[in-house]
Design a protein around this ligand. Structure first.
Ligand SMILES: [Zn+2]
Length: 68
């Protein structure tokens, strides 16, 4: 029986056995998984909006190169 792969929990760094029984892999626990995925999802929702994109009234079609 091969030794299970050991990974580090991305959230707390704790060593975790990567086994089919470990439902929360690569996290060490449900708590770390929820915290880490929750933080990641929150970050991804904060899509940076370029304020210059809203100022398109005077822009001519095909002239987007000089917007910066
Ligand atoms: Zn953890």
């Amino acid at each position: 029986m091969p030794t299970p792969k050991i990974v580090n929990c991305p959230h707390c760094g704790m060593t975790v056995e990567w086994t089919p029984e470990n439902f929360y892999r690569p996290f060490c626990s449900e708590r770390c998984k929820l915290i880490d995925l929750g933080a990641w999802a929150t970050e991804s929702y904060r899509v940076p909006v370029d304020p210059q994109d809203e100022n398109d009234e005077g822009a001519e079609p095909g002239n987007t190169e000089e917007k910066r």
